[in-house]
Design a protein around this ligand. Structure first.
Ligand code: COA
Length: 370
């Protein structure tokens, strides 16, 4: 049975059940059934109201109302790196697909990148008279207290929000989206801000050519709302129990610095992204051909090419910002999404597949009708 047919049948049987509970309740109310009868009537009514709100909830999807992103002004090209490292533009482009990256200036902080990012989204929420009830920030490069989420709330005077930061490394944005989806589905929230922000330049050993060429800084954000039209169709995140030594930060000379076993991470990434995508598609009976665009975490062009081959998806469906942004960790998916909607590539109604992996190892996959 197809997925949509199954959903239709589920809805039908649920509405039949509600109808019979409704009729039974009405019968009980009209009969003079005494104390226990009244109690039974109230129980039935409660069941009816619960089922009705569940049914309404099923129609509600987590939808993207608006997007924004921020990149620091300072750019570092491969040619700039040739001057400080034993590397070449040719090697970096061929092995990674990266040509440029944006790096924080003295004026930027992880928090300020997140705050700059949100300004247009806060304006849209205010214009639509929607109160932001949750702010969830995905980051692994902020050591601040209070959380960036709370600092965003302070800056924009967002009171009473469920606000916190989540660290799932480069998969952080999909983890945050998953949490926001739970708030919308289970807490009836209507307007949530999800931000991915990272300053990888702060944890890179700039003398290590095997990692220094790969990363950049930036921030991307989405304003989510409840919708009965388009939105999140499926989402799943997870982690593996044996990858924490392969990609991590270590304290070196009093500073936290990133170390990585590149080849192992590469192999894991291809395999895990493939499993995450194919499991999500098959668990939800979604045909891979219905996906219009893949919006992946931007780590290495060769990882993505191998992944597309395994998934039998043509490469022209890949949204790529890797060349100019490099790997911006939790910011990479919302940055790519914002760039592709602004350029007109991704349009309303398109079906998107988000895919990410990162230190931990963590991974996440989501399918969203934009
Ligand atoms: N410039 C020039 N040469 C470099 C170099 C650089 N920036 N970095 C490494 N090399 C050299 C190595 O020293 C090695 O030289 P050798 O053969 O003389 O020993 C050679 O290039 C090959 O190195 P290797 O590590 O085998 O290259 P690779 O093809 O695996 O590519 C990565 C290296 C890091 C690009 C690749 O492994 C990768 O992308 N891994 C995944 C990283 C990632 O996505 N991390 C983030 C996860 S969220």
């Amino acid at each position: 049975m197809s997925f949509s047919l199954k959903m239709m049948n589920n809805n039908k049987s649920q509405s039949n059940r509600i109808q019979s509970v409704k009729m039974e309740s009405a019968k009980m109310k009209s009969a003079n059934t005494g104390y226990y009868g009244q109690k039974l009537y109230r129980k039935h009514l409660h069941l009816y109201i619960n089922e009705k709100s569940q049914r309404n909830n099923m129609k509600q999807k987590t939808s993207i109302l608006a997007l924004a992103s921020y990149l620091p002004d300072k750019k570092i090209t491969n040619q700039d790196l040739e001057k400080i490292l034993d590397t070449s533009n040719e090697w970096i482009v061929k092995r990674t697909g990266i040509a440029n990256r944006h790096i924080m200036t003295d004026q930027d902080t992880v928090t300020s990148m997140a705050i700059s990012n949100c300004a247009p989204l806060i304006e849209i929420a205010a214009k639509e008279k929607r109160a932001i009830t949750s702010v969830i920030v995905a980051t692994s490069t902020s050591l601040t207290m209070p959380s960036i989420a709370c600092q965003v709330c302070n800056h924009y005077d967002i009171d009473n929000a469920f606000a916190f930061d989540v660290n799932a490394a480069c998969s952080g944005f999909i983890y945050a989206l998953n949490l926001a989806n739970d708030r919308i589905k289970n807490h009836q929230e209507d307007c949530i801000l999800v931000i991915g922000v990272d300053a990888m330049s702060q944890i890179i050993d700039w003398k290590d050519r095997s990692t220094a060429v790969l990363f950049g800084d930036g921030s991307g954000a989405v304003l989510l709302n409840r919708s009965d039209r388009s939105g999140l169709v499926a989402i799943k995140c997870g982690s593996s129990a044996n990858g924490s030594e392969m990609l991590k930060t270590e304290s070196k000379n009093g500073q936290s610095q990133l170390t990585m076993q590149g080849k192992e991470v590469f192999k894991y990434a291809v395999e895990k992204l493939f499993q995450a995508a194919s499991n999500l598609l098959s668990e939800h009976h979604i045909d891979v051909e219905s996906i219009d665009w893949i919006v992946p975490h931007q780590a290495n062009i060769r990882i993505l090419q191998q992944l597309m081959k395994k998934l039998c998806i043509p490469e022209h469906k890949l949204i790529l910002t890797l060349k100019n942004h490099a790997n911006t960790s939790a910011a990479s998916i919302p940055l790519a999404l914002d760039s592709a909607t602004k350029s007109g590539k991704i349009k309303r109604g398109d079906r998107l597949l988000f895919l990410a992996f990162g230190a931990g190892f963590t991974w996440g996959a989501a399918i969203l009708d934009y």
